[in-house]
Design a protein around this ligand. Sequence first.
Ligand code: URA
Length: 250
Amino acid sequence: MGKKLRVDKLLAHMGHGTRSEIKRAVKLGMVEVDGRVIKDSGLVVDPEAAEVTFDGVPVVYREVVYFMMNKPQGVISATEDGRERTVIDLLEPQDRLRDPFPVGRLDKDTVGLLLLTNDGQLAHELLSPRKHVAKTYEALVSGDVAEEDKQFFKSGVTLDDGYVTMPAELHISSREQRDDGIYSSISLTIMEGKFHQVKRMFEAVGKQVVHLKRVSMGPLKLDELLAEGSYRELSKEEVELLRSHRKSAE
Ligand code: URA
């Protein structure tokens, strides 16, 4: 046998539920290995050779990876670009080999939380406009962000292309008078992800974002210990959070 993996681990890894849910599925006779219904969820198989089915559907094993990056300014959220440096260029060569891609986009000058994975299904669900995954940004805004802006954002503002945004929650952290005017530190939670959305929402109320950082996406929070430009694998708990979030959003 090449690689060895317990069937319940393999199925959990491929997103078929928690270990206890999988144990139950095995008891119900929903899991087959090489054409035979199995009784023991602890059965050890070679994930690359065994033909495993879950509820009749073949389970194709793939090593999935999830990285949390604190994206720095000056790199683009793409896998390849002829001229510009991308977030993939910031990965170690052995991590690049697993073909992760960024889940959604942050502008070149935006910093903060970026999830990179090769789990297409999870990425698709996190990005689906129907799932309304909450994203929270912290920003420095040139202008006096006021209570009335909270109300505007709550009821939706009209962007430059006529699109009316979904309700968003604005929190004003502080305001500061500088030589060239007032600056406001805010956080904003939006449930959608239109192109340059946060910047355009502030433009719609006559203000300008001068620094933008994403601090959360769904249940995932930026690890503040990650310096800009660095990344780490998600913990098991974080992967579990993402997976259960996906279920609750169904
Ligand atoms: N909104 C923006 O304007 N830019 C980003 O990078 C993300 C959200």
